[in-house]
Design a protein around this ligand. Structure first.
Ligand code: NDP
Length: 237
């Protein structure tokens, strides 16, 4: 397993769920880990104490704050943009402002964060976005904005991979399927529906997603860029 001693890693949205598992993974492998949170200060504080990482309060929906924060923390060796919101519901009922906030957090933040980090990221740097298997398969109602936001990341990494490849920086998106978190609990009401779509009929763990992120952040993955990786039990197969 990769060793990240001496590497500086920023995880946007690290207080809970998949993001917390990613923080744990990098911290356990020696990285200096910083992570942001927004509405869960208690979880953030506990995780920071547990892992020796540093928690910073920053709203991924606030572009200018995010760009300034990343500039102040740079240079970064690894940026992981995990913060994301679901926004499920009848599209005829969801307020447009809620949809715009979803797009700010799920699309604008990854783009602006990636650019801000890339300004000073050294060769060997890694930018990893957390997308969703819903970019490839959206078999349920009420999630059009969410799936659109995650599909946008696939195009984003292809372009950014071209922009930063010459500098030795890779840009990829990891696309989880159902994963056991507050957003999508393994014992939630939709679990049987989701498992019906899967070849391996269970939720992933955050640690499984973190394992793929760590692989993509490591030296063996230096030739992988502009790619989308499903880690979804066959949800999108
Ligand atoms: P959770 O809702 O369990 O956790 C979301 C994390 O993102 C929290 O740490 C939260 O911090 C942070 N976050 C949310 N909004 C903001 C914001 N505005 N600013 C800063 N941080 C924010 O979600 P998951 O762990 O399940 O999901 C993580 C990522 O994985 C998301 O991008 C999601 O779309 C994606 N994903 C999840 C799947 C699943 O089945 N769980 C499947 C496919 C993709 P705080 O609470 O402090 O605000």
């Amino acid at each position: 397993m990769n060793n990240f001693e001496g590497k500086s890693v920023l995880v946007l949205g690290g207080s809970r769920g998949i993001g917390a598992a990613i923080v744990r993974r990098f911290a356990s492998k020696g990285a200096k880990v910083l992570f942001t949170y927004w509405s869960s200060p208690d979880d953030a504080e506990v995780l920071a104490a547990e892992t020796g990482s540093k928690a910073l309060r920053a709203d991924s929906g606030d572009r200018d704050t995010l760009i300034a924060l990343i500039a102040s923390l740079s240079p970064l060796d690894v940026l992981v943009v995990n913060s994301g919101i679901l926004g499920a519901g009848d599209p005829l009922e969801i307020p447009p402002d809620d949809i715009d906030r979803l797009f700010r957090i799920n699309i604008h933040a990854p783009y602006h964060a990636a650019i801000a980090a890339a300004r000073t990221m050294p060769a060997g740097g890694r930018i990893i976005l957390i997308g969703s298997a819903n970019a490839d398969r959206m078999p349920m109602t009420g999630l059009a904005a969410y799936s659109a936001s995650k599909a946008a990341l696939k195009g984003m990494v292809k372009g950014l991979a071209r922009d930063f490849g010459a500098r030795g920086i890779t840009v990829n998106v990891v696309q989880p399927g159902p994963t056991d978190t507050d957003m999508n609990p393994a014992d939630g009401p939709l679990k049987d529906v989701m498992h019906d779509f899967m070849a391996i009929k269970r939720h992933a763990t955050g640690a499984e997603i973190a394992g793929l992120v760590a692989y993509l952040a490591g030296p063996e993955a230096g030739i992988i860029t502009g790619a989308a990786y499903n880690i979804d039990g066959g949800f999108a197969a």
